[in-house]
Design a protein around this ligand. Structure first.
Ligand code: BES
Ligand code: MN
Ligand code: ZN
Length: 507
């Protein structure tokens, strides 16, 4: 984990330094002082590198003077376009350019204190790595960056602004660790145990065994799990933060009192998805170790909310199963009874995520009567066909909630694109033998029929229940680096939903 510190702006005379330059702007502040120290060497080098300050452009000067190992200039783009998000991206570029240094300094003295904090967040997010299983990396190939000191106009203000961002970064890292783990290590039981460790942050965590779930009548979730030697789990995480508004600074009580109008997040946690008896082809099946990314994001989100003591009551519930083919596995054509009482004809055992969500969503609503429910799931390959790796699919029965999510997506860079729901799609999952079947007629509109299926477990008979479903199949794992996300597990959803909460649901 990258350690971020803030210090007063004074020009270092040695080490590694990153600085930011806006488009078509001359160096100012510490960057100008550095240029003077180098007798104009910075502006000369930037001109030679055709550096214009365009967003994301970087230029590196190696050992430009006695004592300095490297100086990295990073383009900020148009000064008037600078946002928290673009500051994070600039911080990410800085961390990438400085990765071979053990410690480095970033000149953020010309930025508002709040944006300097976002530079720190971006750097920390980009510096994430998951290398616990690599025992033979050569020292020269190993990323070293462990400490970044941000030189800021008002370090105290930046530090205060960074405190909640650091909690969010921790949540993102927690999620990325879960999603990166292989399925032989991260079984449903182990994932539940890891979620339970978050009790140290003040979360209340309950773990449900297969027996507990059988008693509740979770026929849909348990049907998916029945082919695996690994036991299923459901984890219920509660954060009681709303009461803090009365007594600021006090740690909220662990459990005990009843939550008032909590908000609820639900995650699909298939720790490995072979497809079951409707087995997947071999090529690329290893990707299905991250079929628990929705649940991973919910766990990391709860860590973020608790870590920054968000003034909200929030529930995070994840259904954890492994989908395997075996002699005990569910067969195509099996009919199961869900917690809601509705029956499901399982025509394709690879459409398992919706079966898991069906029970968990219905349970969440019944037990907590939340203000809204948002589920996250790597649910369909079809959403990747439709939206690629740029947006998650957003399905919602409530325009206000959808609009809030779209706005949070723009602010955090975790984009969501709204997709339709409607009766014509819903009809396609009617079954001849049960209340519904778990796949539509063909491949057409596959992400939408999946969302329709989930919607049947959101009960609106006795009043409105705002619900949104995020199909994150295209967003949970990145094939290449981007400014604030190294390739691999992205933790998509943690920042999006933390932002949603911060902007609309805190007292
Ligand atoms: N976990 C998959 C969806 C998925 C595919 C996630 C690719 C990430 C990358 C899901 O359980 C699944 O298998 N969906 C099927 C549904 C089909 C059988 C109706 C799919 O998308 O093919
Ligand atoms: Mn599947
Ligand atoms: Zn799946």
């Amino acid at each position: 984990m990258l350690d971020i510190a803030f210090a007063k702006a004074a020009l270092p005379k040695s080490g590694a330094l990153a600085l930011f330059i806006a488009e078509a702007a001359a160096p100012t502040g510490l960057a100008a002082a550095l240029d003077e120290h180098l007798a104009g060497g910075l502006t000369r080098a930037l001109a030679a590198a055709k550096f214009t300050g365009k967003k994301g452009q970087t230029a590196t000067l190696l050992a430009p003077a006695e004592g300095f190992t490297r100086i990295v200039a990073i383009g900020l783009g148009k000064a008037t376009d600078l946002t928290a998000r673009s500051a994070e991206q600039a911080g990410g570029h800085a961390a990438a350019a400085l990765k071979s240094e053990e410690s480095a300094t970033i000149a953020a003295d010309e930025l508002p204190p709040e944006l300097a904090a976002h530079i720190g967040l971006g750097a920390r997010l980009r510096a994430y790595r998951f290398d616990i299983y690599r025992t033979t990396i050569k020292p020269e190939d190993k990323p070293k960056l462990a400490k970044l000191t941000l030189l800021a106009a008002d370090p105290a203000k930046s530090r205060t602004a960074y405190a909640p961002l650091q909690a969010v970064a921790y949540g993102v890292e927690f999620t990325r660790d879960l999603v990166s783990e292989p399925a032989n290590i991260l079984t449903p039981a182990i994932m539940a145990d890891r979620a339970e460790t978050l009790e140290s942050l003040g979360l209340k965590v309950e773990i449900f065994s297969p027996k507990d779930m059988a008693k509740l009548g979770f026929g849909a979730l348990l049907g998916v799990a029945q082919g695996s030697a690994e036991e299923a789990r459901m984890v219920v995480m509660q954060w009681h933060g709303a009461a803090q508004s009365e007594k600021p600074g006090e740690k909220p009580a662990k459990g005990g009192k009843k939550l008032k109008n909590p908000i609820a997040f639900i995650g699909k946690g298939v720790t490995f998805d072979t497809g079951g008896i409707s087995i997947k082809p071999a090529a690329g099946m290893e990707d299905m170790k991250w079929d628990m990314a929705g649940a991973g994001a919910v766990v990391g989100l709860m860590a973020a909310l608790a870590g920054r003591k968000a003034r909200v009551d929030a529930i995070g519930i994840v259904g954890l199963v492994e989908n395997m083919p075996s002699g005990t596995a569910q067969r195509p054509g099996d009919v199961v009874k869900s917690y809601s009482g509705q029956t499901i004809e399982v025509l394709n055992t690879d459409a398992e995520g919706r079966l898991v969500l069906a029970d968990v969503i219905a349970y969440t609503q019944k037990r907590f009567a939340p203000r809204f429910m948002i589920d996250l799931a790597t649910l369909t390959g079809a959403i990747i066909v439709g939206l690629g790796h740029e947006y998650a699919g957003l399905f919602a029965n409530d325009d206000a909630l959808a609009d809030q999510l779209i706005a949070a997506g723009k602010a955090t860079g975790e984009g969501v694109w709204r997709m339709p729901l409607g009766d014509a799609y819903d009809k396609q999952i009617n079954s001849d033998i049960a209340d519904m079947k778990n796949i539509g007629g063909g491949r057409a509109g596959g992400s939408i029929t999946a969302a329709q299926f989930i919607q049947r477990f959101v009960d609106t008979k006795s009043g409105p229940m705002p619900w949104a479903h995020l199909d994150i199949a295209g967003m949970a794992w990145a094939a290449k680096d981007s400014p604030t996300t190294p390739k691999g597990a992205t933790a998509f959803g943690v920042r999006l939903l933390d932002c949603l909460v911060a902007d609309h649901y805190e007292s």
